[in-house]
Ligand binder design. Structure first.
Ligand code: THU
Length: 158
């Protein structure tokens, strides 16, 4: 990954307790994923400013386009349960029982777009932490830096 604003951590880099805990909870979140079609069990964990952690996991459907991604499930859950909450960071991972994931799991374009909307709404950056079952952890400073030249509210007039 060569995106600007993304830092790939290796074994020598220390990870804060806050990030280590969020990584652990995102891994746990993969256990609630419903992914019988892709076999790709995604978990997301978001840390709110007050310390609350909200999990999300992907939720698939036999009608494939209806599949919901873990990151957007987490954000919708935050929006409905904690309206106005500030999201400080989100950790994202995935597990595939038939083939170990060994590189950072990057949010899909749709999730980047929705993360960006949330980030712009709260006017504070959301740090995004990406990792697989093993291997490096990638940390991105904001949703905006994961989605260059994004379409956003500034294009729309009321
Ligand atoms: N998926 C996510 O949950 N998040 C992403 O950012 C990428 C994809 C899910 C959707 C689908 O259930 C499975 O992963 C395979 O695409």
């Amino acid at each position: 990954m060569k995106e600007e604003g993304v830092k790939i951590l290796n074994e020598k880099d220390s990870i804060s307790d806050e990030i280590a805990n969020l990584i652990k909870i995102a891994r746990e979140a993969t256990n609630s994923a419903y992914a019988p079609y892709s076999n790709f069990y995604v978990g997301a964990a978001a840390l709110l400013e007050d310390g609350t952690i909200v999990k999300g996991s992907n939720f698939e459907n036999a009608s494939y386009p209806l599949c919901l991604c873990a990151e957007r499930v987490a954000l919708a859950s935050i929006h409905s349960q904690y309206p106005g909450a500030i999201v400080k960071m989100m950790a994202v991972t995935a597990r595939n029982p038939s083939q170990k994931t060994n590189e950072p799991i990057a949010p899909c374009g749709a999730c980047r777009q929705v993360l960006l909307e949330y980030e712009q709404k709260q006017k504070e950056e959301i740090k995004i932490i990406m990792f697989g079952e093993e291997g490096n952890v990638a940390v991105c400073k904001s949703a905006a830096s994961l989605l260059p030249m994004a379409f956003d509210h500034s294009f729309l007039s009321k």
